[in-house]
Ligand binder design. Sequence first.
Ligand code: IPM
Ligand code: MG
Length: 364
Amino acid sequence: MSQSLFLLPGDGIGVEVMGEVKKLVAWLNAQQKADFSTDTGLVGGSAYDKHGVAISDDDMKKAMAADAVIFGAVGGPKWDKVPYEVRPEAGLLRLRKDLQLFANLRPAICYPALADASSLKREIVEGLDILIVRELTGGVYFGEPKTITDLGNGQKRAIDTQVYETYEIDRIVRVAFDLARTRNKKVHSADKKNVMKSGVLWDEVAHAVAKDYADVKFEHILADNAAMQLVRNPKQFDVMVTDNLFGDVLSDAAAMLTGSLGMLPSASLGAPDKATGKRKALYEPVHGSAPDIAGKGIANPIAMLASFAMALRYSFGMIELANKLEASIAAVLDEGLRTGDIAQGGKSIGTEEMGAAILKKLAA
Ligand code: IPM
Ligand code: MG
């Protein structure tokens, strides 16, 4: 039975890097290593231009029905002035919320070949392998009220609401512990329990969950200290679980340790369906649409291809193929192939050449 992929390239370099996924999928199908059916939709500015919204209801239905959504990137200066409700990011946030993709996995791996591209010293980042597990459907991103009120005296008041319930914390912390068991068996839970009630509850629930995982080392860390420790001594971490907003910030910091945002994949997963055991899932590179280099054919497709590797692993159980794809990425880097973002002024190749080189390694 074929597996369905819904491709949402989005805007800017999203379109270019998705092109390399399409080639990979075509090759896997042709080699009978997989049987993927694909459909493509619009999200972000490109959806706004066509439909006046950041994602159409029709494309939302397709995303709901797909075995996995493969997402590129959204946004760009062209849409800076569109109404807030239909800004490009709204498409991504609707996908996360409506598909209930509460668990966002953001690995930060420092490929040995790239340790010198990091802004930190080689010895600090070489061999780095951490996983940020970010809560993705709650907290201040979605909490109500979320308003700006005119107070009538020349002042306005803006409110965002940070809100978490026990079950939301419990399920994301369990994801972190389950993943830690497959890795180095260490979980840090980051919050601001010293100033936030949501942090107090977060820590209480995290400690309760930790009791079910006696084989995994558990530590609380304040989110600001986590930011500091990430740049001081990042290799002390294995899995770090945190809320939506702290996860957004800390994962960008973790990403940059590895040399380039252009390298990092992510997976956003829902709960397993009670009947089928299948999770709804969306896979996307951590980088954005990079309007400054869009359309030039120079974007790094590695984060997108590595996101597809995560899809192979988490949605389709094709572990061996996922490992091979990741090894192929490491191998081309070892050979010295670089896109502009990681070339450090040296020789660089384009998006298609990088995609082709990785595919060639995979085929070898
Ligand atoms: C991310 C991005 C998004 C977020 C934006 C584009 C809404 O920064 O995925 O980290 O804040 O979650
Ligand atoms: Mg972010």
